[in-house]
Design a protein around this ligand. Structure first.
Ligand code: BG6
Length: 510
């Protein structure tokens, strides 16, 4: 097991939702599992006026996100955990002199023996990232001569290639690339990491993992919820920026990448960047038209309950052209994947919440059981990222009796069957990795930029293209009716579940 050195976690934006919803529960899980170092404190900071006691009450003792976890905990355990939290008010702005912050950091460091090791977690709006990094540097809080300093930044990392590059350059003026940890919570999911293990620790999949045996690859990321209370943010972002540019392209890179030479962070990250750089960038209007579909959810009736359409959500422009559904077909220009189509879709207000990768294998080169109809039922490897985390292999077996009738059978593995194993939550795993200085599951600057390079022309086409369409789909369905048009031949998306409404209300919105 790797060692977690004594350290301090300084959270910027500590009064925000992410801190109480994700970070503190993750820290509590690490505390329970004995994974926090002996000397460890958290210093929250933001523009809210709070005392240490107010902060502890708010994010620990009275937190709705810890209620269930505290049910079986002893009182002195909860108090001990809460006492690790401190708070420092920054005043009216994040753009101030950090001298008083520095004083507090130094005091805590000497009182609690955290050895000068500091992890800064930026959980603020992204426009403040550079300002905070600069002010930390100006206050001498980035120097590593007395303990390491690391910086974790949340998504969105940029709004386009240009802004992502500017942000990278801005941060790198004050922190070295090796100190910067760009978090993508999908990489913290056990099943996403398992993509690497499935591919590179088995000898049965890798020989087939290429254009010779794989017909196409499909990735679905569906959410049943709408934009909830984040309409204001989402309307400026959309599905492509919110999910595809980061989480889904990270999954794509793990499927596409070549075997790394080892398991070191840089060895894996080098291969992921190469993979992202080999995605064929779509530049022609016709390709962009034929290979992309965008759509918005519309009002509908789901099991007797009225559901709002996207344009009626709070914070959303009533004439918004922001997509809540994005489906993209693309190719990968390298030796392994030439001519193999990839189909990736992500959407809100779908019938269910599911993320899965489906590897469709080619039919056997020479089919001797043609009459059995098995050629319509290709072999599939389904990697279920969430929920029901696991792997399913679909293959043909003989139906007992005369002749050679073939049916498809399933061979499956579910993580839930590992009774003894406690699967770590994404933030828990990622925080612990950063605390130990392991950046394998964090995105490097060139990875983020390569992903934007692929996404930028699609965004540009959707904004300025001549014949671009925005379709509508009723909430609770698998997207616009023409979504299957994207799939080559007689293909269609694998929809893991039925529509929740019979609403035929599909249309072209603009
Ligand atoms: C976030 C997006 O990054 O991921 C949200 O901003 C989305 O819009 C969420 O709902 C999905 O994460 P998960 O882990 O629930 O699939």
């Amino acid at each position: 097991m790797r060692k977690t050195e004594n350290q301090m976690l300084v959270i910027f934006g500590a009064s925000g939702d992410l801190t109480s919803r994700k970070l503190v529960p993750a820290l509590y899980n690490l505390y329970k599992a004995g994974q926090l170092p002996k000397h460890f404190v958290v210093l929250g900071t933001s523009r809210s006026d709070m005392t240490d006691a107010d902060f502890r009450n708010r994010i620990v003792l009275e937190s709705e996100y810890l209620k269930d976890k505290f049910k079986n905990a002893k009182d002195d355990e909860i108090t001990d955990f809460a006492n690790k939290f401190f708070y420092q008010d920054l005043g009216d702005s994040y753009d101030v002199d950090y001298a008083s912050l520095r004083k507090r950091v130094e005091q805590l460091n000497s009182d609690y023996k955290t050895e000068g090791n500091i992890m800064y977690y930026l959980s603020t709006p992204p426009r403040l990232y550079e300002t905070i990094a600069k002010n930390l540097a100006d206050a001498g809080l980035n120097t590593q001569n007395n303990g390491w300093k690391r910086l974790i930044v949340e998504k969105p990392f940029g709004y386009s290639l240009e802004t992502a590059k500017a942000l990278n350059e801005g941060l790198q003026q004050h922190f070295k690339e090796s100190q910067i940890y760009r978090i993508d919570h999908y990489l913290g999911k056990e099943t996403v990491q398992n993509l690497l293990v499935t591919r590179f620790s088995n000898s049965i999949f890798e020989p087939l993992w290429n254009r010779n045996y794989i017909k196409h690859i499909e990735i679905t990321n569906a959410e049943s919820v709408g934009v909830e209370k984040r309409g204001g943010y989402y309307d400026k972002s959309g599905a492509l920026r919110d999910m595809f540019q980061n989480h889904l392209l990270q999954i794509v890179s793990l499927i596409v990448m070549e075997p790394p030479i080892g398991d070191k962070a840089e060895e894996i990250r080098d291969e992921k960047v190469k993979a992202l750089k080999s995605l064929r960038i779509m530049r022609e209007e016709k390709t962009l038209h034929d290979h992309t579909i965008r759509a918005q959810y519309m009002a509908s009736d789901i099991q007797g309950k009225k559901v709002k359409g996207y344009r009626e959500e709070g914070g959303v422009d009533p004439e918004s052209t922001t997509e809540t559904y994005a489906a993209i077909k693309f190719y990968v220009d390298n030796w392994r994947w030439k001519d193999t189509p990839f189909y990736v879709r992500t959407a809100k207000r779908m019938p269910t919440k599911v993320t899965e990768v489906v590897i469709h294998f080619k039919s056997p080169h020479h089919e001797i059981f043609k009459e059995s109809g098995i050629h319509n039922k290709d072999n599939k490897l389904i990697i279920r990222i969430q929920p029901d985390e696991g792997i399913l292999l679909k293959f043909g077996v003989k139906v007992p009796g005369q002749g050679f009738k073939v049916e498809r059978a399933n061979m499956d593995f579910y993580y839930s069957s590992l009774m003894e194993t406690q699967v770590m939550e994404a933030y828990e795993r990622l925080l612990l990795d950063a605390m130990q200085g392991d950046a394998t599951l964090y995105a490097r600057a060139d990875e983020v930029e390569a992903a934007w390079e692929f996404v930028d022309p699609i965004l540009d086409y959707w904004q300025h293209g001549k014949d671009v369409r925005m379709y509508g789909y009723p909430s609770g369905t698998w997207g616009p009716k023409n979504s299957d048009d994207l799939i080559e031949g007689e293909g269609y998306w694998r929809n893991p579940g039925e529509n929740l409404t019979d609403d035929e209300n599909y249309c072209v919105l603009c």
